[in-house]
Every structure is written in structure tokens, then in C-alpha cells.
Design a protein around this ligand. Structure first.
Ligand SMILES: Cc1cc2nc3c(=O)[nH]c(=O)nc-3n(C[C@H](O)[C@H](O)[C@H](O)COP(=O)(O)OP(=O)(O)OC[C@H]3O[C@@H](n4cnc5c(N)ncnc54)[C@H](O)[C@@H]3O)c2cc1C
Length: 423
């Protein structure tokens, strides 16, 4: 047996006759190994909690494609001019320096589940005892006929934060009097249910602040959307006549788009925009599919009590890639799921106590300066799914002081969650 930490030694001895069934990692090396794919809301949180709570007893590697992470959350506030880009971009340095996490920058391209090995695009391989998969979403380009990765350089989706968000802002800032913005909203399920409608609010805020007389048209494949009453009340109050929402019973179906002509063709009409913001359908990030963790829905089934993949007991799937029952795909949800997964990973590897799973989420949206609204819930496993136990939502007609307090709550939440992710 090679060097065991005192804690691992106690665990093995404490197991008494179980020594013969000692896990491979205790025989072969010093520490159990956890690899996390994806350094966003789910993955960064999971890596930090596993490293922090195991006090060095687990070797944690965090794989992300980039050196820094720009949050989608508050990217709408960047569009609206309330935040600068640097303030929504975060480094992994503290995770490395304060928590001993190994950060690997590059694309994970495969998972050999029998050998428990992640393959990287550069040919290197990273072994694991437990794997946490939190790759977020992939965009289903052809869900909107005429849209593609190349077309997104003209008609940005900005549904993954970074250069796309900056491109959308530049195009928004260039809108002139008499022009139109057309958003193609995504079908369910997608990341951040209120996100498209908060974005429309922030676009309208920018136009109104500059005195630009322009319209925003939303072509929606859904017949209703998150916080609809609250958004429509806010648009009527702050941006009278600027925003038009068309559900499928009115537009009759999206036939296709032409990004060069700047048109969205529906059964009802062809809408022309100086700016098209196209948000296509979504599925779990590609690595989840490559690893065989997805089902026909394109997302990953999990055990509601642990976030463990139903396809592989050594793998946990969290965040947008998972099928998390009643929980929306949000940064708050991903962060909450990450803590449940981290606790179960430590339970597996260090035999630490595992408590019953509880989850929570709140999605705040800013409609106009100091006019914040929210929707949220607490969740627990019930009948094999994650189900809501209590729910809450802002009400129409709330007074300005309450709306301001709701917005301020969201500012505090952003500071809190990013500290929870990145240390
Ligand atoms: C406009 C907008 C506004 C939003 N606002 C809010 C909000 O106010 N509140 C809220 O809670 N949520 C919000 N969200 C949703 C939130 O951003 C996501 O739900 C959350 O980021 C999901 O976390 P995740 O860990 O699943 O994925 P992500 O945070 O996207 O992290 C995934 C990471 O993994 C990396 N990755 C993927 N595959 C690989 C691979 N094979 N190899 C290496 N790296 C890989 C990706 O590049 C990415 O960095 C918003 C989203 C949008 C688009």
C-alpha cells in the first residue's frame, strides 16, 4: 500500500473486514481522483466544494475550454449598460491557489467509462474515480431553418456568454430611428426561461435611454413564457408600443430566416430586422452525448436524490445538461445541484455522511432601472423526480420600493454565487 493519508487510513481500518474490498484508488495511489468537465455555474461550484470539504483528501481536476469564464447571468445587464464586461468575467486562479484544484484548459472530447478516463482534444488522458459532467448546453442550429454557426456571426444568439454577447451589444448600440430588432425565442426546454424576455427589456431600456424610436418583435415558438404577466406589464409601463410579442397561434410557425437579408419568415408575415437575435433549441453539451449520458430528449437523466447519472454510477451530471425535474435550467439551479453532487462524491470516496438532497432556485429579472422581479422555489426528490416543495413569484402592481429591493437582492445574489463558484 502506498502512502495513505491519516483520514484514508482510518477509513480503511474503520471498515474492518472491508479491507479486502478496498477501492482501487486506495491501493494504487495516494488520493481518490475527481475530474469535473465544465468550469461554469455547476462545474466550478462542484470542484470547489469537493476540494474545500475534503480538505485535500481528494485530488480535483477541473477541465474547461477557456482560461476565464463569462457568466450568462447578468449578461443581459451588460447589454443594458448596467455592468461592464470585465465585471461578468471571472478567473479560475483562486480555485487553483486556495483550493489546490488542478485547472486544465482545453476541450474534453471523450469519456471511456470502463477505463474511467477522460480524453482531451490534445490527445492527453485524465483518469478519474468519480466524474462530474457540467458542460452546459449545445445549440441545435438547424432547429431554426437558415440558422448555423456561421450565421450566428451576423445574427448572434448570445446564449453562451463571451464574444457573442459583445457582438449583440455592438449591434444593439448601432440601432437607429425607424429600425427594428427581431428576436426568435427558443422552444422549451432551454437555459434561463425568463432570459429572452429580460433581454428584450434591456434592449428596450437602451433604445429608450438614447431616444431611439425602434421596435422589438419577439417571434416565439411557445404559447406562453416565464413571468409573462410581469414582463408584459413592465413593457406596457416603461416601453409603451415598443415591444410586440407573437406566439405560435398568431405567427403560425417559423418557416426560416435569412440572416443576410435580415428576415424571419413566418406563416403570418416576413419580419425584417436591422438586428436578428436568434436563440435556437438546445440540448446537453456535446461531451454528455459522447459519453452516452443523454436520452432521446438530448439531456441527461439523473437520480433525483444525488444528481448521479442513471447511465453510470461513477458519473454525476449537473446544471443545464441534466434532466432536473421541476428545476429550471439556471445558474442558481446548477450551483445548488453541484453541492448535492459534491456531497455524494465525498460520500462515495471518503464515506462522509450524505444528507437528504434539497435544492433551491431563484431567477431574478430586471425590467427597467430598479424594477426587478423574481420567481423561485425550493425542491426535493419525490417519486423519482426533483419536485417543487414551495414556490414564490413577484406580483403585478407591486410598489417601486419592493421592486428596487428585489433588484438589489439580485445584485447581492450575483456577488454571492460568483464567490461560491470561484472562491
Ligand atoms: C442571457 C442569459 C441570462 C441568464 N441569466 C441567469 C440568471 O439571471 N440567473 C441564473 O441563475 N441563470 C441565468 N442564466 C442561465 C445560466 O447561465 C445557466 O443555466 C448556467 O450557466 C448553467 O450552468 P452549467 O454549469 O450547466 O453550464 P455553464 O455555466 O455554461 O458552464 C459550462 C462550461 O463548460 C464548458 N465546456 C462544455 N463542454 C466542454 C468540454 N467538452 N470540454 C471543456 N469545457 C467544456 C463550457 O465552455 C462552459 O465554460 C442565464 C442564461 C442566459 C443565456
Amino acid at each position: 500500500m502506498t502512502k495513505l493519508t491519516r483520514r484514508q487510513f482510518a477509513l480503511v481500518m474503520g471498515a474492518g473486514t472491508a479491507t479486502l474490498a478496498m477501492p482501487t484508488y486506495l491501493r494504487a495511489q495516494d488520493k481518490p481522483r475527481v475530474v469535473v468537465i465544465g468550469g461554469g455555474a455547476g462545474g466550478a461550484t462542484a470542484a470547489r466544494y469537493i476540494a474545500k470539504d475534503s480538505e485535500g483528501a481528494i485530488d480535483v481536476t477541473l477541465i474547461d475550454s477557456a482560461d476565464n469564464f463569462t457568466t450568462c447571468f447578468f449578461s443581459n445587464l451588460y447589454l443594458g449598460g448596467y455592468r461592464d464586461f470585465a465585471s461578468i468575467t471571472h478567473s479560475y486562479e483562486t480555485l487553483e491557489s486556495n483550493y489546490g484544484i488542478k485547472k486544465v484548459t482545453g476541450w474534453a472530447v471523450g469519456v471511456d467509462r470502463d477505463a474511467r478516463m477522460v480524453s482531451m482534444a490534445d490527445g492527453s488522458k485524465i483518469p478519474y474515480d468519480r466524474l462530474v459532467v457540467s458542460p452546459g448546453i449545445d445549440l441545435v442550429w438547424d432547429s431554426v431553418p437558415g440558422y448555423s454557426e456561421e450565421a450566428a456571426e451576423i445574427a448572434p444568439h448570445a446564449w453562451k456568454a463571451g464574444p457573442q454577447t459583445q457582438l449583440l451589444k455592438a449591434k444593439l448600440d448601432a440601432i437607429e430611428n425607424g429600425q427594428q430588432i427581431v428576436m426568435v425565442a427558443p422552444p422549451n426546454p432551454y437555459r434561463c426561461p425568463p432570459g429572452p424576455y429580460e433581454r428584450v427589456s434591456m434592449m428596450a431600456h437602451v433604445l429608450k435611454s438614447k431616444g431611439v424610436d425602434a421596435k422589438i418583435i419577439i417571434i416565439d415558438p411557445k404559447d406562453k413564457f416565464s413571468k409573462q404577466g410581469l414582463f408584459q406589464e413592465g413593457w406596457q409601463k416603461h416601453y409603451t408600443g415598443m415591444v410586440e410579442w407573437y406566439g405560435p397561434d398568431v405567427h403560425g410557425g417559423i418557416k426560416g430566416i435569412d440572416v443576410n437579408a435580415g428576415t424571419v419568415e413566418t406563416d403570418l408575415d416576413t419580419f425584417k430586422g436591422a438586428l436578428l437575435n436568434v436563440i435556437p433549441a438546445q440540448r446537453a453539451g456535446r461531451i454528455a452525448q459522447e459519453a452516452g449520458l443523454t436520452n432521446d430528449s438530448g439531456f441527461c437523466p439523473i437520480d433525483a436524490g444525488s444528481m448521479r447519472s442513471t447511465a453510470d454510477e461513477n458519473i454525476f451530471v449537473i446544471g443545464d445538461a441534466s434532466i432536473a425535474g421541476a428545476m429550471p435550467k439556471s445558474g442558481f439551479s446548477a450551483n445548488s445541484q453541484a453541492k448535492v453532487a459534491a456531497m455524494n462524491v465525498r460520500g462515495d470516496l471518503l464515506k462522509s455522511k450524505v444528507f437528504p438532497a434539497k435544492y433551491s432556485n431563484t431567477c431574478w429579472s430586471l425590467i427597467e432601472t430598479d424594477d426587478g422581479v423574481k420567481v423561485g422555489a425550493q425542491y426535493a426528490p419525490a417519486e423519482g423526480k426533483i419536485a417543487a416543495t414551495t414556490t414564490f413569484i413577484s406580483q403585478t402592481g407591486e410598489d417601486a420600493a419592493l421592486r428596487k429591493a428585489t433588484y438589489e437582492e439580485s445584485v447581492g445574489w450575483y456577488a454571492g454565487i460568483t464567490a461560491d463558484m470561484f472562491g
